[in-house]
Design a protein around this ligand. Sequence first.
Ligand SMILES: Nc1ncnc2c1ncn2[C@@H]1O[C@H](COP(=O)(O)OP(=O)(O)OP(=O)(O)O)[C@@H](O)[C@H]1O
Ligand code: SF4
Ligand SMILES: [Mg+2]
Length: 326
Amino acid sequence: MTAALAVEGLTVRYGAATVVRDVSFEVPRGSVLGLVGESGSGKSTTARAIVGLAPSTGAIRIGDVDISRMSARQARAARRKVQMVFQDPRSSLDPRFTVGQSVAEGLTGTTRGAARSPRVRELLELVSLDPGLVDSRPNQLSGGQRQRVAIARALAAEPELLIADEVTASLDVSVQAVVLNLLRRLQDELDLTMLFISHNLAVVRYMCDDLAVLFNGQVVEQGRVEQVIDHPEHPYTRSLIGAIPEMGQRRLLSEDDVEASVTAGPASGPGCDYRLRCPLGPAAQAGREVCETTDPQAAAQQRAHAAACHFAASRLVDAAPVTSGS
Ligand SMILES: Nc1ncnc2c1ncn2[C@@H]1O[C@H](COP(=O)(O)OP(=O)(O)OP(=O)(O)O)[C@@H](O)[C@H]1O
Ligand code: SF4
Ligand SMILES: [Mg+2]
């Protein structure tokens, strides 16, 4: 079956900086792909490229249609099928619009006329909002309510793909769970296809079927979510998971927790970008010159659970350090 979204070789450059590099993944219809990685790894830029908000090269297919080959006008229409919900509903909802007008905008592309229509009320009920709030403005709502309005507005367009970028990060912890449960229920009921971006691996595990891990704009590991989280092969993925001692309890992870695990930046030139930080690479182990000379990306594409690492097999990841002369 054709995937709802397929990106191939997606690359985003800002001036001399390449912030997303040769990223490829597929999101099968009705499934949820998680995108994780530290701050600055390129998660939002990948999403923004898919919805046409960042300049990109590579293929972006929505169903059978490659929108990167369309005229700007055609692509705009096709991209209506992809809706995005952002981290902070305070900035994504227009403060001048009523709840009804915001949702109507998703429905028809205009705020006129449909703001109090039965369909708008239906959409508010779908996201468990009181339809009586239809004439309220964003500043009269709580953060959780605002995020529900943003979700209703996105669903109004009947998207083939919903992109959720850190949608609970700006909410209180108690409200985060409510919004996540809402998204899970909607995903189930509407058979939504989603790209779900988060710092939080516990949340990703709860929400997603598949997972792609980004480091420095590249996918370093991807596979089924339980495979990647329970049996991570790439040292970077392992470091992300190691930052969550209470995985079993699904502890909510703050951005600071992940940032605290970051020590060195990415390497440039040939070889593996992760080598300056890698506990298995040449900075820590003798005899790993291959990490400095050969990019591990190419070989990774061959396997279903793909980790871009020359020493990806778990048994090597657990191996004792190789000392020189041994
Ligand atoms: N418009 C832009 N111009 C130049 N550089 C940009 C632009 N947008 C993003 N970047 C850079 O691209 C890189 C990736 O940013 P991005 O926002 O995609 O990361 P992220 O993974 O979403 O991070 P976070 O977890 O903090 O949201 C960063 O180094 C960022 O500074
Ligand atoms: S290729 Fe080498 S440096 Fe890169 S992640 Fe694997 S072991 Fe570490
Ligand atoms: Mg982001």
